[in-house]
Design a protein around this ligand. Structure first.
Ligand code: CAA
Length: 394
């Protein structure tokens, strides 16, 4: 559908996006500010493709063809010339993104779609510096893009339905699944839920209610998420999650960053990439912290997950996303074993509301239960136990 695609920024997300796009047969121009960064990115792509060959998921010929389809350049104009789709993945800095979009606007033709992989900055504000805000759209991949099946399509105030449809068709050609975040809300769908979850884990540890290992053990072995929340933070990057959380906090207080998280960020303990985050690392590429399963019962899952359920309820009440899409988002974007609304139905909506009220009385208004949850409790829609919650049960 597109002949040529440009990816601007060759960092963790940019190189992963270029890789997946090239794997699916597109010619991709990857652009960054230095040759050194670009060569580093190519090395990481080669490593990842070789892993797939090792595992029998890719032939050696396909590896070579994919690599041949990736062109690198430090020249933005060269990267975007004749590109029909551009995916920007530069650091999460609104001014930087606006500067780039202003340039892209002048360098591209009227039909070119200008996508941004931002994880939480306002699409409408990025689009405001262009002459074609109807063509500006969030195309949000998850880390690592090559393994994670979801792409979150985010509409700005002026994104046209035609642009969304074209991007949805493109995502299908990548063999990925998409959800559409219909409103440009802070954090969109996935990060609004993820940030509420991760920050709550960090608040629980900061308040001395449980240790890092106890929270991660509960999350990994009882909730059966693929990684503990501190493990995931180190993996994605504490700097990345901090700036996404800060963007949400500054815009509408949809999350409040915990001092524990802030301390890591301020000290430059970004996680795996800096050798230290919540855990320490020796430098092996795919190193995992050791999380003992026997600590899994030390903290209640509802205590960790209640603010994330509250964030999910906020998204539904504000008609940002449909409930099935919301659950699909956490299952495919974060590899949850089931949807967060399904989990809440199992725990009981009344239990979630009690936990939130208790936290509200101790720690403040951030924890006030969303009116949607209050209404569900008032209507006895408590989840599986009353055969109706977010979903109906026979
Ligand atoms: N390319 C190819 N192979 C890769 C790879 C890559 N980029 N990254 C890792 N691998 C390989 C590993 O080297 C390992 O290979 P070996 O078996 O040879 O050691 C293998 O893949 C991973 O195998 P595992 O069985 O250990 O891992 P897993 O089954 O747990 O899957 C995972 C890994 C998919 C990352 C999984 O742990 C997971 O889903 N974690 C959660 C990730 C997540 O939530 N991502 C979203 C973060 S939020 C975000 O990105 C949004 C944002 O804006 C901040």
């Amino acid at each position: 559908m597109f002949e040529k695609i440009a990816v601007i920024g060759a960092g963790t997300m940019g190189h992963g996006i270029a890789e997946i796009v090239a794997l699916k047969g597109y010619v991709v121009f990857m652009c960054d500010v230095s040759e050194e960064i670009l060569q580093g990115a190519i090395k990481k792509i080669e490593w990842s493709l070789r892993k797939m060959v090792e595992k029998g998921k890719l032939s050696h010929d396909d590896l070579t063809s994919a690599l041949n389809r990736i062109k690198t350049t430090t020249n933005l104009a060269e990267a975007v010339k004749d590109s029909e789709l551009i995916i920007e993945a530069v650091p999460e800095n609104l001014e930087l993104k606006k500067e780039i979009f202003s340039k892209l606007d002048k360098m591209t033709c009227a039909e070119t779609i200008l996508g941004t992989n931002t994880s939480s900055l306002p699409i409408s504000e990025i689009a405001s510096v262009t002459s074609k805000p109807d063509k500006v759209v969030g195309i949000h991949f998850f880390n690592p893009p090559v393994l994670m099946p979801l792409v979150e399509i985010v509409c700005g105030d002026k994104t046209s339905s035609q642009t969304v449809d074209r991007v949805l068709t493109f995502v299908k050609t990548l063999d990925k699944q998409a959800i559409v975040c219909r409103k440009d809300v802070p954090g969109f769908v996935v990060n609004r839920i993820l940030e509420a979850l991760i920050q709550e884990a960090a608040w629980i540890v900061y308040r001395g209610e449980a240790s890092i290992l106890e929270v991660d053990s509960a999350v990994k072995y009882r909730a059966k998420l693929p990684m503990g929340l501190f493990e995931l933070s180190d993996y994605v990057g504490i700097d990345v999650l901090y700036s996404a959380g800060k963007a949400i906090q500054d815009r509408d207080k949809g999350v409040i960053i915990s001092p524990l998280f802030e301390e890591c960020y301020k000290n430059g303990w970004y996680g795996k990439k800096s050798g230290k985050g919540f855990y320490t690392y020796t430098g092996d590429f795919w190193e995992k912290p050791k999380i003992p399963p026997e600590l899994a019962d030390k903290v209640r899952l509802e205590e960790i997950f209640a603010p994330a359920v509250n964030a999910a309820a906020w998204l539904l009440r504000n008609k940002v996303v449909e409930k099935e899409e919301l659950d699909k988002a956490v299952m495919l974007g974060l590899n949850f074993p089931e949807g967060i609304l399904q989990m809440a139905d199992k725990w009981g909506i009344d239990v979630i509301v009690q936990v939130l009220r208790s936290k509200q009385s101790r720690y403040g208004e951030y924890y006030r239960p969303d009116p949607l949850l209050e209404e569900m409790v008032a209507n006895n829609r408590l989840g599986i136990k009353t055969r109706g919650g977010f979903y109906e049960y026979a």
